[in-house]
Design a protein around this ligand. Sequence first.
Ligand SMILES: Nc1ncnc2c1ncn2[C@@H]1O[C@H](COP(=O)(O)OP(=O)(O)O)[C@@H](O)[C@H]1O
Ligand SMILES: [Mg+2]
Length: 284
Amino acid sequence: MTQCWGIYREPSHSPGRIDDDAGIMDAVAAALADHDLVATLLPPEAADAAFAAPAAGIFAMCEREAILARLDDAVGSGIPVVNAPEAVRNTYRRRTVERFRLGGVPSPASRIVPAAAPGPAPASQVWVKRPDFHATQAADVVFAGSDDEWRAALAGFVDRGIHEVVVQAHVPGDLVKFYGVVGSENQPRWFHWFYHRDQELAGHAFSLDALRNAAFRAAGALGVEIFGGDAIVGPDGRPLVIDLNAWPSFALCRTEAAAAIARHLACTFNREASAPRLATSRMG
Ligand SMILES: Nc1ncnc2c1ncn2[C@@H]1O[C@H](COP(=O)(O)OP(=O)(O)O)[C@@H](O)[C@H]1O
Ligand SMILES: [Mg+2]
């Protein structure tokens, strides 16, 4: 059996989801035993042991910069880290907007504007979103369907000391939640989706391939290997990705997701362990 490490998400980054976020990590640790990997799980503030002797690798659900910087160092010394810390940073909306554009990800028109002097709204109906983390409170993602609402939304961000926002065109349609784990030569990618529950479904027809391709293109643009997100399917059947998160809680598909994640981690950790660089350092 080979040792590896998991690092939980910070409870402050799991609003209303602390148990589910811990639950997927625990389930992955259990599933790794099928691959002869023994995972020890640590909270980010007490993760020294993982960095002192990273063994096969580290899988991490944490998001704060202090621990991401430590994970950067691990990556720099050749330790496999999933998701990579830079990929987690790429899920900050400010970066996501740019990377989706460069990567040709099907997504609604989005741009970054100064909250204090934004000019008129770029569309009649928009969503105004904080530029860094995903929403931890309702005020982080605000709909504006009129000029007054647009100004009020921006003023709300300025009041909270947030001086730059992402503004995204509203897309009417069916809200789809999706989940994925990337694959490799030897292992198929894993994908799961469902309609968000609290909505009046229009039932616009769409191609599962188109949704899957949009999701994996989005994940590829950010470099996340274990991910979840939201897409809207409009009347034209084209899924547009509106949000992408690193390592969600997978609460409604935990067992299946844990098995897929464990397969991917085993593959990544074993691949890196047999790479020439590590073999050389072991010999030397
Ligand atoms: N461009 C958009 N078009 C339509 N609905 C949106 C759009 N952006 C956000 N929403 C709605 O707001 C919700 C939250 O937005 P999202 O970007 O997913 O932020 P978060 O998941 O961080 O709260 C979405 O699930 C969706 O219902
Ligand atoms: Mg979302």
